[in-house]
Design a protein around this ligand. Structure first.
Ligand code: M6R
Length: 611
């Protein structure tokens, strides 16, 4: 939530900041702003240009010829204060010598603000952020780094900040506590951002700032120290993503591009962990046979789409490893007293690796068990640094707010984890394992076939786009797929969608059914398919319209459905990976037909770094 960028070097900072912000707009798009040391007018002043609304509004407000060698920028997802010009970042102190951008929430901002107001500071916005600028002003004599550290020692909450000072014109000061921040290293120039795609055009050498660290970034150097002034030496990591992976590549939306990328992404995940000789290779996860055998329980904790992946993972781990699995919303887990202990494995799943609730759940788990594992997409993100083990999903950058390829690669990672654990615990034999691995390696091709139905799904979407309420049904490991399908539709098309295990229908939800509420039902081949058919008949008997996700060539299923969304057939345990494809495409095309802003749905941000 909220994106931060910074640049210092010989190039014109302004277009670099704007371009960086365009790569971070997925983090929030309520307002945007930049601040820079203005060279164009000869004033040498710290200038702020900001606008309510999308980045494009800001871009058109920047006078031609604006140039600077140093600047910071921000794209906002509003927390404190409505989206407006005054609340847009960057924010000044009283003297206009310090300017600041912030991502996160300052929890004690009210008391700090009262104190600062009493001391004579004048505030211009309703944001929590502005208190940091004034606090820095309080401590600022001649060393901005000192003043930032002193100010942050008073601040409670989660934040990543970047600040400039008019008096120290050769540096950007950045700090983090709870919100991500990366530094991109160049030659005679350096970059700062909330996320890697913002700097990929210029560098792939990245330093990840850690909690309670401050960086002083000049054009030639980066000095990192802790809030307590301990010097930190950190080698940069060279990341493998490149700029084109984070570009739209001619597609109308990132979401469509990312849906269609899934076979390749999945291939990438599988090939990282399953070797051609049939062995598993886990660079960042070495649980060991003894630990695996002694495991009592697995807790899977995540939010949103990642939680749905975890719900499918439960079926696999219980089936292949014989270990009971609990799946929990991170936001709930962290505020109850979970009975997690030293012989339990805590698996946290997160595309971004930065989700505030998931991170808090990981920290809580780590207090009780040393067996913590992150399933994460973003390299070097906080969860990967705090979890004892990491399985990267290798999906490549996911920019669309609606998660798609992150989901299928999380599923693949969970499946591989289940098989690996099963092998370590001796619950899966060698022959069975080889068979599963072979079936797994066929998946990318099957996904390709599922995606080839794209046009038919587009047609079906046209017939369904006029309805305003939807029911999604599934059973067994396809129930989480129904949940995920409903979430996709809700978040990008703003239509009401509810998901239930089909067996629950009679316990209430069936009362909703009439000709105005279509049902999307997962009815592919499985040991519960007949039950599913019965549930669908019950809906049809009440004049409900049903679009069924069915296996190609399943004539019985075809007869029952009003619309058929076909996927190829494979082993039952692998079907969730295929069944989600028509759901994603259906949500995408319905949202497109309704003219929604698919990559930037209202009120949402991709990375939820606040509670
Ligand atoms: O980065 P994370 O996987 O931790 O994010 C969790 C959720 O915020 C995320 O999956 C969200 O539900 C998606 N935007 C849904 O498409």
């Amino acid at each position: 939530m909220c994106g931060i960028v910074g640049y210092i070097g010989e190039k014109n900072a302004v277009p670099i900041l704007l371009e960086g912000l365009s790569k971070l707009e997925y983090r929030g798009y309520d307002s945007a702003g930049i601040s820079f040391l203005d060279e164009s007018t000869g004033s040498g002043q710290l200038k702020v240009i900001k606008r309510e609304g999308r980045l494009s509004v800001l871009e058109s407000a920047i006078p031609e010829g604006t140039s600077a060698r140093l600047g910071i920028g921000h794209t906002r997802w509003a927390t404190h204060g409505v989206p407006s010009f005054v609340n847009a970042h960057p924010h000044f102190d009283c003297t206009h010598e310090i300017v600041l951008v912030h991502n996160g929430i300052i929890e004690n901002y009210r008391e700090l603000k009262e104190k600062l107001l009493a001391g004579g500071h004048v505030f211009t916005s309703e944001t929590d952020t502005e208190v940091i600028a004034h606090l820095i002003e309080e401590y600022y004599e001649e060393d901005i780094e000192f003043a930032v550290k002193a100010a942050l020692n008073e601040v409670k909450g989660a934040y990543a900040i970047a600040a400039l000072s008019l008096r120290e014109r050769d540096r950007i000061i950045a700090a983090r506590m709870g919100s991500p921040l990366i530094i991109g290293l160049g030659e005679g120039e350096n970059f700062l951002a909330s996320d890697i795609p913002a700097v990929l055009k210029y560098t792939r050498r990245i330093i990840f700032l850690d909690e309670r660290e401050v960086a002083v970034i000049t054009k030639d150097e980066v000095h990192i120290s802790t809030f307590r002034n301990t010097r930190v030496e950190r080698e940069p990591v060279t990341i493998t993503w490149d700029e084109t992976m984070a570009a739209k590549d001619g597609y109308e939306h990132f979401m469509l591009k990312e849906i269609l990328e899934q076979p390749r992404a999945l291939q990438q995940t599988i090939s990282q962990y399953v070797c051609p000789d049939g062995k598993f290779s886990f660079e960042h996860m070495d649980l060991g046979e003894d630990t695996a055998r002694e495991l009592n329980r697995v807790f899977i904790i995540a939010c949103g789409t990642s939680l749905h992946a975890g719900m499918v993972g439960k079926y696999w781990i219980e089936q292949f490893c014989g270990i009971p699995v609990e799946v929990d919303y991170a936001s709930e887990f962290r505020y109850r007293s979970p009975l997690i202990s030293e012989r339990d494995l805590a698996v946290v799943i997160s595309q971004s690796g930065e989700t505030a609730d998931t991170l808090a759940a990981l920290r809580l788990s780590a207090e009780r068990t040393k067996h913590t594992l992150g399933i994460v997409n973003v390299l070097g993100s906080t969860i990967t640094r705090e979890a004892r083990h990491t399985i990267y999903t290798h999906a490549g950058p996911e920019i669309g707010v609606a998660s798609t390829k992150a989901f299928t690669t999380q599923l693949a990672a969970l499946l591989i984890l289940s098989l690996h654990l099963g092998k370590l615990r001796g619950s899966i034999g060698r022959h069975e394992l080889t068979l599963h691995q072979k079936q797994l390696s066929d998946l990318p091709q099957l996904l390709e076939t599922a995606l080839s139905m794209q046009e038919r799904i587009e047609e079906t979407a046209k017939s369904l786009a006029g309805y305003s309420d939807f029911l999604f049904l599934g059973r067994n490991m396809n129930f989480p797929i129904a949940l995920e399908g409903a979430l996709k539709l809700k978040e990008i098309s703003y239509l009401h969608a509810e998901a239930y295990p089909a067996g629950e229908m009679k316990h209430g939800p069936i009362a909703l059914i009439d000709e105005r509420m279509p049902t999307i039902a997962v009815a592919t081949g499985s040991h519960v398919q007949e039950k599913m058919f019965s549930n669908i008949q019950e809906i049809k008997a009440r004049r409900g319209l049903v679009a069924g996700i069915i296996n190609t060539g399943d004539s019985k299923a075809r007869e029952i459905m009003d619309f058929c969304l076909e996927v190829p057939e494979t082993q039952e345990y692998l079907m969730p990976l295929l069944n989600i494809i028509p759901m994603q495409l259906l949500a995408y095309y319905i949202a497109r037909d309704r003219g929604c802003d698919i990559d930037k749905p209202r009120n949402l941000a991709k990375s939820v770094t606040v509670e």
